[in-house]
Design a protein around this ligand. Structure first.
Ligand SMILES: C[S@@+](CC[C@H](N)C(=O)[O-])C[C@H]1O[C@@H](n2cnc3c(N)ncnc32)[C@H](O)[C@@H]1O
Length: 366
C-alpha cells in the first residue's frame, strides 16, 4: 500500500462509523454514510473557492463534522503533496522535532509520521477548536510506524522560544491577510533549528502561488542563512515574478488517488485525478543547489524543443535546435517539471552545440 493509501485508511478508520469502515475495506462506502461529509465538503470548498486571495478567510470549519469531512477528503490530497516532497528532507538524527502550523486535522504531521524513518516530536498550531481537537485525536492514536514521540497543541507560533528541525506551513498562508502572512512568515523563519527545514506549501492556484513566490523573496531578502533548496536553484529574487504578471511556479502530480478520495470526488463532481501544488523549501545553513530547474514541460516547436528553465545565471525559455539533439541533451528534451539538471557549459536562449545536461533530482513520484 502506498503511504497515501495507508494514511487514507488510517483516517477513515478513525472517523467513519464501524459499518462504513467495514464497507470501505471492501469497496465503496454507502452514500448515506458519506452524505453528511459531502454536504460539509461542498460548503467548505465553496468558502475556499470564493475567498479573495490576500484577505483573512473566516474559517468554514464550524463543527466537528466539518473538520472530519476536511480530514477525509483534503488531508490525503495535501499529504500526497508533502509525501512527494519529503524525500528532499534529509535528517541525520534519529529523533526530530516538527512544527505543523495551521495543522488542520494534522495533515503535515501525519504525512511526516507516515514517511520518515525518524521518531518525531510534534507541535501543532491551530486556531480552529474543531480542527485542533481532531488533529490531537488523529495524531495521538498514530499506531503505524511506532515513531511518534509526542504531540502538543499551541495557540500560536512562539518565535525564538523554541526551534524545530522541520517547520511546515501547509495551505495556511492562503487563509491569512497580507499583514498576518508577513508576521507569521517572520515567526516561522525564526523557528527553524540549525540545519533544519522550512517547508511552505500552498494551494496549486495561480494567485496563491504568486503570493507564495513573493513570500519566498521575503525570506531570501531577510534571512541569508535560510537557503532556498527547492525548487529554486538561485538565491536572488524570483525572476518569474518580474518577468511575467501571470506565470506561477508550480507542478502537477499524477497520483494513485486512494479509493475514498475518488468516491468523494465522484459524489462532489470534483476532479482530483491530478493535483497541482506550489511549494518552497528552505534549509537553515544549507546551500542553494547548482544547475537549473525545468519549470514547464519541454515542448516541440517548429524551431526545436523549448522549455522554461530557472537557474543562477539564466532564467527564460531555452531552445534546443532540432539538429543538436543527442544523448547529451536528452535530459533536457525528456525533462519533467521540477527536474534539476546540471549543465556543462553556459546556458543561454539557444542551447549551444557543446552543452550537456545531467539530471540530478526531482521529488519522487508518489
Ligand atoms: C486549509 S487548512 C490546512 C490544513 C492542513 N495544514 C492541510 O494542509 O491540510 C488551514 C488551517 O489553518 C488554520 N489557521 C488559519 N489561520 C490560523 C492562524 N492564524 N493560526 C493557526 N491556525 C490557523 C485553519 O483553522 C485551518 O485549519
Amino acid at each position: 500500500m502506498s503511504h497515501v493509501a495507508t494514511l487514507e485508511s488510517y483516517i477513515a478508520k478513525n472517523i467513519l462509523s464501524e459499518a462504513a469502515f467495514a464497507q470501505y475495506k471492501l469497496g465503496d462506502v454507502a452514500h448515506r454514510e458519506l452524505q453528511p461529509y459531502v454536504t460539509e465538503l461542498r460548503r467548505v470548498s465553496e468558502a475556499y473557492v470564493t475567498h479573495e486571495t490576500g484577505t483573512r478567510l473566516h474559517s468554514p470549519i464550524h463543527s466537528a463534522r466539518a473538520a472530519q469531512a476536511y480530514a477525509l477528503y483534503y488531508t490525503p490530497i495535501n499529504a500526497a503533496k508533502l509525501l512527494h516532497l519529503s524525500p528532499l528532507l534529509q535528517f541525520e538524527r534519529s529523533e526530530i522535532s516538527m512544527l505543523d502550523v495551521g495543522c488542520g486535522p494534522g495533515t503535515a504531521a501525519l504525512a511526516i509520521l507516515s514517511s520518515l524513518q525518524q521518531r518525531v516530536r510534534i507541535t501543532c498550531v491551530e486556531s480552529s477548536p474543531h480542527m485542533s481537537e481532531l488533529a490531537l485525536s488523529l495524531i495521538e492514536a498514530w499506531d503505524i510506524n511506532n515513531n511518534l514521540l509526542g504531540v502538543r497543541m499551541r495557540n500560536s507560533v512562539e518565535p525564538r522560544l523554541e526551534t524545530y528541525d522541520l517547520v511546515v506551513a501547509a495551505n495556511v498562508l492562503a487563509e491569512l491577510s497580507h499583514e498576518q502572512s508577513v508576521a507569521t512568515l517572520s515567526a516561522l523563519t525564526q523557528s527553524v533549528s540549525r540545519g533544519g527545514y522550512l517547508l511552505l506549501l500552498e494551494p496549486g492556484q495561480q494567485l496563491h502561488t504568486r503570493r507564495l513566490m513573493e513570500m519566498r523573496d521575503r525570506v531570501v531578502a531577510s534571512r541569508s542563512d535560510l537557503a532556498p533548496i527547492f525548487p529554486c536553484t538561485r538565491s536572488s529574487e524570483c525572476p518569474m515574478l518580474s518577468a511575467s504578471a501571470t506565470d506561477w511556479c508550480h507542478d502537477t502530480l499524477e497520483w494513485q488517488q486512494p479509493p475514498l478520495n475518488a468516491q468523494l470526488d465522484h459524489l462532489l463532481s470534483f476532479n482530483k485525478h491530478r493535483i497541482k501544488y506550489a511549494a518552497f523549501i528552505f534549509q537553515q545553513g544549507g546551500s542553494v543547489p547548482s544547475g537549473v530547474r525545468i519549470l514547464t514541460p519541454p515542448c516541440k516547436t517548429r524551431l526545436g524543443t523549448e522549455a522554461l528553465v530557472c537557474g543562477d545565471s539564466f532564467y527564460g525559455t531555452a531552445r534546443l535546435r532540432k539538429g543538436l539533439r543527442s544523448e547529451r541533451t536528452r535530459p533536457f528534451e525528456k525533462g519533467k517539471v521540477f527536474d534539476r539538471l546540471l549543465v556543462s557549459g553556459s546556458l543561454q536562449e539557444e542551447i549551444a552545440e557543446d552543452t550537456a545536461f545531467a539530471k540530478v533530482d526531482r521529488p519522487r513520484p508518489i
